[in-house]
Ligand binder design. Structure first.
Ligand code: GRF
Length: 212
């Protein structure tokens, strides 16, 4: 699910093409608004896409139903919020409990929550004067940026950083690495969620679990 330029979507597509996400496929792309470059990236990869905008529906419930219908139609198993800026509805959240992941451009719980999207977390990080920021991939729950954390990656803040230069480095060094990695772990069944905590099952632990 996208809302903008789709660089995170592109990172996923690139890793699939290079064989680093075995068993994974982007079956559809849902954009929260028309005309975004993420839709162009989907088109170039012949991926069926659609625009489902909250403002086109009378109620959140109708929006929620439309998203759920589309996800079911394409037999989606994992919902990936890749630069997606809307809150999901109750039905989607419960049907896909612990099967929706989001990439956020900060080390949650810093610089996150309602209104912290796009360039804003980087502006706030520079204003605060942190030496390190980064990105977080987490399971999505009913609030913004608050579900169980899966992966985080730190990125150094440089003295001469602007919000734009910091955003670019966080995307390159953290977001575009973490999101495909989280998808890989999910596809391998190695993410175990207990309450707020996510355990990443190692290869050996996974075999032990399989052998029962
Ligand atoms: C980026 O700022 C990214 O940090 C956040 O959403 C914005 C757009 O991402 N996740 P994308 O280029 O549309 O993937």
């Amino acid at each position: 699910m996208v809302s903008g330029g789709g660089t995170n979507l592109q990172a996923i597509l690139d890793q699939i093409e290079s064989g680093r996400l075995p068993g994974c496929q982007v079956v559809t792309v849902i954009s929260s608004r028309p005309g975004v470059y993420a839709l162009e990236r989907a088109r170039k990869h012949n991926i069926p896409s659609c625009v489902i905008s909250k403002k086109d529906f009378e109620t959140l419930e109708e929006y929620d139903e439309a998203v759920l219908k589309h996800l079911k139609e394409y037999k989606v198993q994992l919902v990936v919020l890749a630069g997606f800026l809307s809150l999901l509805g109750e039905r989607v959240l419960s049907e896909y409990e612990n099967a929706i992941i989001n990439i956020h451009p900060s080390l949650i719980p810093s610089f996150c929550g309602k209104g912290f999207y796009g360039i804003i977390p980087h502006k706030k990080a520079l204003e605060y004067g942190v030496r390190v920021t980064g990105a977080t991939v987490h399971f999505v729950d009913r609030e913004y940026d608050s579900g169980p954390i899966i992966l985080q990656k730190a990125v150094e803040v440089m003295q001469d950083d602007t919000p734009e230069s910091l955003q670019q480095r966080v995307m390159e060094q953290a977001e575009w690495v973490l999101l495909p990695e989280a998808i890989r772990l999910f596809a391998q069944g190695r993410l175990k969620v207990e309450g707020r905590h996510v355990t990443i099952l190692g290869e050996s632990a996974q075999r032990k679990e399989d052998e029962g």
